[in-house]
Design a protein around this ligand. Structure first.
Ligand SMILES: [Ca+2]
Length: 291
């Protein structure tokens, strides 16, 4: 089973020879998977709609080898029943192309049987037929009422395929698309939410980067790099930890008290390395600073 891009299931008769195909609402049948049909076919396929429905077959493409001296060599027959013994819906074998090909066939019961026969030479593009399960009005439930008094599943509405036969299922699709309008709104809302989430994530990342940068700056400002000034600066009166850092943020005065640690005259008069005890200097080493 192949699903076409528009959502209508596409089947190939050459792949379904001798089978019975039961469908619920609608599908399309192509003669074959290739550009042309194959030679030497004698292929029958029965399509069956749900109970209380019958089959409407709409021909969208038909091109078989034209008759030779009035006789079809490649042809299609459409039978009104479950096998090829049922009466044919086409009075004469269908071949060639153009206006002599009926645009649609309707079964009287649930089933319709197609038979494709080809000879050993000359192949053409073949046919494409859309099958739809229909019944006569009044329509029940959410089924769609075609303008030609046929009813079919509502899924035939606005899917770019004429399944009613009069194309009424493809009319007024802009207003029918109100649900599509809702979808558009939903897509817009989802897009907005995604944008907001991305913006928040980006803001958090930027905040983290800046916070990290500020933390490094905070740490570096408390490392007593040897600046060759002959002084060992006193350790701060507070711990150089994230907890403290988080606590003092927003209190510039605390920063200022340390960042402006001016070396006083008395400091300058002290011998080298004599400010603070050795223990304090060690505590103030970089290895003791939380990073
Ligand atoms: Ca349709």
């Amino acid at each position: 089973m192949v699903t076409a891009s528009h959502g209508l299931t596409l089947e190939f008769m050459e792949s379904l020879c001798g089978t019975s195909y039961v469908f619920d609402t609608s599908f399309q049948l192509d003669s074959g998977t290739g550009i042309t049909y194959k030679n030497l076919l004698d292929c029958s396929l029965t399509v069956t709609a749900p109970s209380s429905h019958y089959v409407l077959a709409l021909v969208t493409r038909f091109e078989l080898e034209a008759a030779v001296t009035g006789t079809c060599t490649d042809y299609l027959d459409v039978h009104n029943g479950t096998d090829t013994s049922a009466a044919k819906l086409n009075p004469t074998e269908l071949c060639g192309w153009g206006t002599n090909i009926p645009s649609n066939f309707t079964s009287s019961g649930q089933s319709m049987t197609l038979r494709l026969v080809t000879d050993s030479q000359a192949v053409y593009h073949g046919f494409n037929i859309i099958f739809t399960a229909v019944y006569d009005e009044p329509c029940t439930g959410t089924d769609f009422a075609c303008s030609n008094q046929l009813c079919a599943d509502s899924s035939i509405r606005c899917d770019n395929y004429n399944q009613c036969g009069d194309n009424s299922d493809e009319l007024n699709c802009e207003s029918y698309g109100s649900s599509s309008g809702i979808n558009v709104v939903m897509v817009a809302v989802i897009t907005a939410v995604v944008v907001v989430v991305i913006a928040v994530i980006a803001a958090v990342v930027v905040y983290k980067i800046r916070d990290r940068s500020r933390w490094k700056k905070f740490v570096n400002s408390h490392i007593d790099y040897d600046d060759d000034d002959g002084l060992v600066e006193a350790p701060p009166s507070y711990p150089i930890t994230h907890v403290y850092y988080k606590g003092v943020r927003g209190h510039p005065a605390l920063y200022t008290s340390h960042d402006s640690k001016v070396k006083t005259d008395s400091d300058l008069n002290e011998p080298i390395g004599s400010v603070g005890s050795p223990t304090l200097v060690q505590e103030y080493s970089k290895s003791n600073i939380e990073v």
